[in-house]
Design a protein around this ligand. Structure first.
Ligand SMILES: C[S@@+](CC[C@H](N)C(=O)[O-])C[C@H]1O[C@@H](n2cnc3c(N)ncnc32)[C@H](O)[C@@H]1O
Length: 189
């Protein structure tokens, strides 16, 4: 049997774990460009990605980030983790098979509040409330004061929660994804 294509792989994982995977197909590169828009990668030393799936955004982040920066990627789904971990050989990236509310466990003592960028694709609206809050709080705690949190969602349901944490939340919408998506840009100050 030939290996499964990313779209088939994604649908299969969605059918198995709807409330974890949260989407029927991988995002478009276009949504990836929107997620990374206006991030100053020349200054970003520590970058965290939450929920990479098949790695559409991971590839784009690696293209943009500096040679001395590092990228920590958290993926909970076994098959996505295995596939990404096998595919990635870049020494700047660490693929972590753990849940997104555990970011601090993988940062050094001097790095715990020094993350520059968090790129999240987590399906917050299908998460139980406790997990949703734990993930958003963990990302907030890890970010430095000038850090940026990017999140895409298929609805505006996460707006209230993100606005309750971040001082500045702006939202853009794109049709160039299936389903169309909202991109949240959240700043601490
Ligand atoms: C909507 S998909 C997005 C995948 C990919 N970034 C994309 O845009 O095509 C959400 C991803 O988050 C992962 N995920 C869900 N809950 C998670 C958690 N608690 N910690 C880490 N990853 C999680 C899922 O396995 C899935 O890969």
């Amino acid at each position: 049997m030939p290996p499964k294509k990313p779209k088939q792989k994604f649908l299969k994982e969605f059918i198995k774990e709807k409330r974890v995977v949260g989407a029927v197909s991988p995002s478009t590169k276009y949504l990836g460009y929107k997620m990374l828009e206006n991030i100053d990668f020349s200054k970003a030393k520590i970058i965290v990605e939450l929920g990479p799936g098949t790695g559409v955004f991971t590839d784009l982040i690696l293209e943009k980030m500096g040679s001395n920066s590092k990228l920590l990627v958290f993926e909970l789904n076994d098959n996505f983790y295995e596939a990404l971990n096998t595919r990635m050989s870049d020494p700047r990236v660490q693929i972590i098979h753990d849940s997104a509310e555990k970011i601090k466990n993988y940062l050094g003592e001097d790095e715990k509040k020094q993350v520059d960028v968090v790129i999240s694709s987590l399906p917050l609206t299908v998460f139980p409330e406790k997990l949703r809050h734990a993930v958003v709080d963990e990302a907030y705690d890890c970010l430095k004061e000038t850090g940026v949190y990017k999140q895409f969602q298929y609805s505006l349901q996460a707006k209230k929660l993100l606005e309750s944490r971040y001082k500045d939340v702006s939202i853009k919408f794109t049709m160039k994804n299936f389903p169309p998506a909202f991109v949240y840009t959240c700043l601490k100050k």
